[in-house]
Design a protein around this ligand. Sequence first.
Ligand SMILES: Cc1cc2nc3c(=O)[nH]c(=O)nc-3n(C[C@H](O)[C@H](O)[C@H](O)COP(=O)(O)O)c2cc1C
Length: 201
Amino acid sequence: MKNVLVINSSISGDNGHSNKLSKAFLAELGGNIKLTEIDLSAEPLPHLEMAELAAWMTPAAERTAEQQQLADFSDKLIEQVRSADVIVFGVPMYNFGIPSQLKSMLDRLARAGITFKYTETGPVGLLADKPVIVLATRGGIYQGTTADSQTPFLTSFFNFIGLTQLHFVYAEGLNMGEEAAQQALTAARQQLGHLSDKVAA
Ligand SMILES: Cc1cc2nc3c(=O)[nH]c(=O)nc-3n(C[C@H](O)[C@H](O)[C@H](O)COP(=O)(O)O)c2cc1C
């Protein structure tokens, strides 16, 4: 049985196309999975601040109760990522970037000595590699252009912490008329059908 971690970040919640695509992917995977779902819009994380970073730097045995509470945000997320066999990210494009809710989460996944380390030859990711599926939903069309800031950013970020099996599924042109939207969503669902066979194997 595969552990599947779904992390959605659409401010539209269940009406968001990325949430709908993550649901469609789960349906393709079938029932034989252990699912953990995180909705970063329903339960947003605060921005990362110095007090939380200081809590990370303090050895667990020496943390105050408040510091432990702060460190728990990141510790829990890293544990969820570690125990997943497959991770699905719902990633709407907001103002040419990823949702700030998702950025707050990613800020807690990059932990020196835990998810990455620097060596003489450069950074090394410390997470065990696993498939990561990015459901990129966009009002316009950017794939392969310099206006697509999300793909290079997420690729760099995930690679940095050791995740290199990345599958980007794009649903673009969602605000460019009903026909264009339906075509994009149908193509994305088809791609997810193929991917589910691949990652379920
Ligand atoms: C605040 C906001 C900002 C947006 N900015 C962009 C943008 O920069 N580029 C774009 O193509 N679409 C943009 N859109 C449209 C969304 O990408 C589109 O509605 C997409 O379906 C959102 O994903 P979701 O349906 O999963 O929430 C924006 C939408 C919102 C609400």
